[in-house]
Design a protein around this ligand. Structure first.
Ligand code: SAM
Length: 198
Protein backbone atom coordinates (compact mmCIF):
# COMPACT_ATOMS: atom_id res chain seq x y z
CA UNK A 1 0.00 0.00 0.00
CA UNK A 2 1.19 3.48 -0.88
CA UNK A 3 2.56 5.61 1.98
CA UNK A 4 1.25 9.15 2.41
CA UNK A 5 2.77 11.72 4.76
CA UNK A 6 -0.01 13.64 6.52
CA UNK A 7 -0.01 17.23 7.72
CA UNK A 8 1.32 16.46 11.21
CA UNK A 9 4.19 14.41 9.76
CA UNK A 10 2.64 11.03 10.62
CA UNK A 11 2.33 8.39 7.92
CA UNK A 12 -0.89 6.89 6.61
CA UNK A 13 -1.47 4.37 3.82
CA UNK A 14 -3.78 4.44 0.81
CA UNK A 15 -6.00 1.38 0.55
CA UNK A 16 -6.15 0.33 -3.14
CA UNK A 17 -9.50 -1.48 -2.86
CA UNK A 18 -11.35 1.52 -1.39
CA UNK A 19 -9.06 4.10 -3.04
CA UNK A 20 -9.02 6.04 0.23
CA UNK A 21 -6.44 6.72 2.93
CA UNK A 22 -6.77 5.22 6.39
CA UNK A 23 -6.61 8.70 7.97
CA UNK A 24 -7.19 12.36 7.32
CA UNK A 25 -4.45 13.88 5.20
CA UNK A 26 -4.39 16.83 7.59
CA UNK A 27 -2.83 14.62 10.29
CA UNK A 28 -3.28 10.94 11.10
CA UNK A 29 -2.17 11.10 14.72
CA UNK A 30 -3.84 14.45 15.28
CA UNK A 31 -7.09 12.88 14.07
CA UNK A 32 -6.89 10.07 16.67
CA UNK A 33 -6.36 12.51 19.49
CA UNK A 34 -8.69 15.35 18.49
CA UNK A 35 -11.55 13.50 16.77
CA UNK A 36 -11.71 10.40 18.97
CA UNK A 37 -9.80 10.42 22.30
CA UNK A 38 -10.66 13.94 23.45
CA UNK A 39 -14.33 14.20 22.40
CA UNK A 40 -15.05 10.72 23.76
CA UNK A 41 -13.29 11.66 27.04
CA UNK A 42 -11.22 8.48 26.96
CA UNK A 43 -9.09 8.10 30.09
CA UNK A 44 -7.58 5.29 32.15
CA UNK A 45 -9.78 2.20 32.59
CA UNK A 46 -12.43 3.34 30.07
CA UNK A 47 -13.63 0.71 27.61
CA UNK A 48 -13.50 1.58 23.92
CA UNK A 49 -15.18 -0.14 20.98
CA UNK A 50 -12.96 0.64 17.97
CA UNK A 51 -14.82 0.01 14.69
CA UNK A 52 -12.34 -0.18 11.83
CA UNK A 53 -9.01 -1.02 13.52
CA UNK A 54 -7.12 -0.24 10.30
CA UNK A 55 -3.53 0.61 11.13
CA UNK A 56 -4.35 0.78 14.84
CA UNK A 57 -3.70 4.50 15.39
CA UNK A 58 -6.99 5.17 17.21
CA UNK A 59 -6.57 2.00 19.27
CA UNK A 60 -2.97 2.96 20.15
CA UNK A 61 -4.07 6.43 21.24
CA UNK A 62 -6.68 4.87 23.54
CA UNK A 63 -4.18 2.37 24.98
CA UNK A 64 -1.78 5.25 25.55
CA UNK A 65 -4.16 6.86 28.08
CA UNK A 66 -4.77 3.56 29.85
CA UNK A 67 -8.05 2.47 28.23
CA UNK A 68 -9.04 -1.07 27.26
CA UNK A 69 -9.94 -1.59 23.60
CA UNK A 70 -11.98 -4.05 21.56
CA UNK A 71 -11.34 -3.51 17.85
CA UNK A 72 -13.30 -4.80 14.86
CA UNK A 73 -11.48 -5.36 11.56
CA UNK A 74 -12.08 -7.55 8.52
CA UNK A 75 -8.84 -7.05 6.59
CA UNK A 76 -5.76 -9.02 7.57
CA UNK A 77 -3.68 -6.86 5.18
CA UNK A 78 -4.25 -3.88 7.47
CA UNK A 79 -3.02 -5.91 10.45
CA UNK A 80 0.07 -6.96 8.48
CA UNK A 81 0.74 -3.36 7.45
CA UNK A 82 1.13 -2.32 11.10
CA UNK A 83 4.38 -4.31 11.23
CA UNK A 84 6.01 -1.90 8.76
CA UNK A 85 4.92 1.28 10.52
CA UNK A 86 6.26 3.17 13.48
CA UNK A 87 4.41 5.98 15.19
CA UNK A 88 5.56 7.98 18.21
CA UNK A 89 3.24 6.28 20.71
CA UNK A 90 4.69 3.70 23.12
CA UNK A 91 1.48 1.67 22.87
CA UNK A 92 2.08 1.01 19.19
CA UNK A 93 4.20 -1.94 20.31
CA UNK A 94 0.99 -3.49 21.72
CA UNK A 95 -0.75 -2.85 18.38
CA UNK A 96 2.00 -4.66 16.47
CA UNK A 97 2.07 -7.52 18.92
CA UNK A 98 -1.71 -8.15 18.95
CA UNK A 99 -1.93 -7.60 15.17
CA UNK A 100 0.62 -10.38 14.78
CA UNK A 101 -1.53 -12.79 16.77
CA UNK A 102 -0.31 -12.35 20.37
CA UNK A 103 -2.66 -11.65 23.27
CA UNK A 104 -2.79 -8.56 25.48
CA UNK A 105 -5.00 -7.82 28.48
CA UNK A 106 -6.04 -4.37 27.16
CA UNK A 107 -6.50 -5.01 23.43
CA UNK A 108 -8.56 -7.56 21.57
CA UNK A 109 -9.01 -7.53 17.77
CA UNK A 110 -12.10 -9.35 16.52
CA UNK A 111 -11.50 -10.37 12.90
CA UNK A 112 -14.38 -10.52 10.42
CA UNK A 113 -17.16 -8.39 9.01
CA UNK A 114 -18.16 -6.02 11.80
CA UNK A 115 -21.81 -6.28 10.71
CA UNK A 116 -21.68 -9.84 12.06
CA UNK A 117 -18.96 -9.74 14.72
CA UNK A 118 -20.60 -6.86 16.61
CA UNK A 119 -23.48 -9.21 17.40
CA UNK A 120 -21.12 -11.53 19.30
CA UNK A 121 -19.94 -8.89 21.78
CA UNK A 122 -21.36 -9.10 25.30
CA UNK A 123 -19.62 -6.26 27.16
CA UNK A 124 -20.58 -2.56 27.28
CA UNK A 125 -18.42 0.43 26.35
CA UNK A 126 -17.79 4.02 27.47
CA UNK A 127 -16.77 5.16 23.99
CA UNK A 128 -17.21 4.07 20.39
CA UNK A 129 -14.80 5.09 17.62
CA UNK A 130 -16.70 4.73 14.34
CA UNK A 131 -13.98 4.94 11.70
CA UNK A 132 -14.78 2.95 8.53
CA UNK A 133 -13.96 4.24 5.08
CA UNK A 134 -16.43 6.82 3.71
CA UNK A 135 -20.17 6.07 3.57
CA UNK A 136 -20.31 5.77 -0.27
CA UNK A 137 -17.38 3.29 -0.31
CA UNK A 138 -18.11 1.39 2.90
CA UNK A 139 -21.92 1.59 3.25
CA UNK A 140 -22.51 -1.47 5.45
CA UNK A 141 -20.99 0.24 8.50
CA UNK A 142 -23.14 3.37 8.21
CA UNK A 143 -26.63 1.82 8.30
CA UNK A 144 -29.42 2.35 10.81
CA UNK A 145 -29.35 -1.36 11.59
CA UNK A 146 -25.59 -1.36 12.34
CA UNK A 147 -26.01 1.76 14.49
CA UNK A 148 -28.75 -0.03 16.47
CA UNK A 149 -26.30 -2.88 17.13
CA UNK A 150 -23.68 -0.36 18.32
CA UNK A 151 -26.25 1.30 20.60
CA UNK A 152 -26.92 -1.97 22.42
CA UNK A 153 -23.26 -2.06 23.49
CA UNK A 154 -23.04 1.48 24.86
CA UNK A 155 -23.21 2.35 28.55
CA UNK A 156 -25.84 5.04 29.35
CA UNK A 157 -23.34 7.93 29.27
CA UNK A 158 -21.22 6.58 26.43
CA UNK A 159 -20.13 8.77 23.51
CA UNK A 160 -19.77 7.72 19.87
CA UNK A 161 -17.41 9.74 17.68
CA UNK A 162 -16.93 9.64 13.94
CA UNK A 163 -15.14 11.86 11.44
CA UNK A 164 -18.17 11.80 9.12
CA UNK A 165 -20.85 14.48 9.11
CA UNK A 166 -22.49 13.10 5.95
CA UNK A 167 -26.25 13.33 5.73
CA UNK A 168 -26.60 9.55 5.66
CA UNK A 169 -24.46 9.21 8.79
CA UNK A 170 -26.43 11.70 10.83
CA UNK A 171 -29.86 10.62 9.51
CA UNK A 172 -29.19 6.96 10.27
CA UNK A 173 -27.78 7.75 13.72
CA UNK A 174 -30.98 9.69 14.49
CA UNK A 175 -33.19 6.90 13.10
CA UNK A 176 -31.34 4.47 15.36
CA UNK A 177 -32.27 6.67 18.32
CA UNK A 178 -29.09 8.68 18.94
CA UNK A 179 -28.85 12.34 19.86
CA UNK A 180 -26.46 13.83 17.29
CA UNK A 181 -24.19 16.83 17.80
CA UNK A 182 -21.34 18.52 15.98
CA UNK A 183 -17.89 17.30 16.92
CA UNK A 184 -14.67 19.28 16.51
CA UNK A 185 -13.68 20.83 13.18
CA UNK A 186 -10.22 19.44 12.49
CA UNK A 187 -8.40 19.70 9.19
CA UNK A 188 -11.51 20.37 7.09
CA UNK A 189 -14.42 22.76 6.83
CA UNK A 190 -17.11 20.59 8.32
CA UNK A 191 -17.35 19.26 11.86
CA UNK A 192 -17.08 15.62 12.85
CA UNK A 193 -20.06 13.97 14.57
CA UNK A 194 -20.71 12.95 18.18
CA UNK A 195 -23.67 10.78 19.15
CA UNK A 196 -25.18 10.06 22.54
CA UNK A 197 -27.92 7.79 23.87
CA UNK A 198 -31.26 9.45 24.54
C1 SAM B 1 -10.44 4.37 7.78
S1 SAM B 1 -9.81 2.79 8.14
C2 SAM B 1 -9.62 2.82 9.90
C3 SAM B 1 -8.40 3.52 10.42
C4 SAM B 1 -8.13 3.16 11.87
N1 SAM B 1 -9.19 3.56 12.74
C5 SAM B 1 -6.79 3.65 12.38
O1 SAM B 1 -6.76 4.36 13.40
O2 SAM B 1 -5.77 3.30 11.79
C6 SAM B 1 -11.24 1.76 7.99
C7 SAM B 1 -11.04 0.31 8.36
O3 SAM B 1 -12.33 -0.32 8.41
C8 SAM B 1 -12.16 -1.65 7.94
N2 SAM B 1 -13.47 -2.17 7.50
C9 SAM B 1 -14.18 -1.75 6.41
N3 SAM B 1 -15.32 -2.44 6.33
C10 SAM B 1 -15.34 -3.31 7.37
C11 SAM B 1 -16.27 -4.28 7.80
N4 SAM B 1 -17.41 -4.51 7.15
N5 SAM B 1 -15.97 -4.99 8.92
C12 SAM B 1 -14.81 -4.76 9.59
N6 SAM B 1 -13.89 -3.84 9.22
C13 SAM B 1 -14.15 -3.12 8.12
C14 SAM B 1 -11.19 -1.49 6.80
O4 SAM B 1 -10.58 -2.73 6.48
C15 SAM B 1 -10.21 -0.46 7.36
O5 SAM B 1 -9.14 -1.08 8.00
Amino acid sequence: MKRVITGDGSITLRNPEYDECYHSKSGALEESELKYIQPCKVTKDKKVLDIGFGLGYNAAAALEVGATVVSLEKDTQALKATQQLSIPLKSYSIIKSVASGKQHSRLKIILGDAVNTIKTIKEKFDAVFLDPFSPPKNPELWTESFFRDIKKLMKPKAILATYSCARVTRDNLKKAGFIVKDGPIIGRRSPSTLAYLE
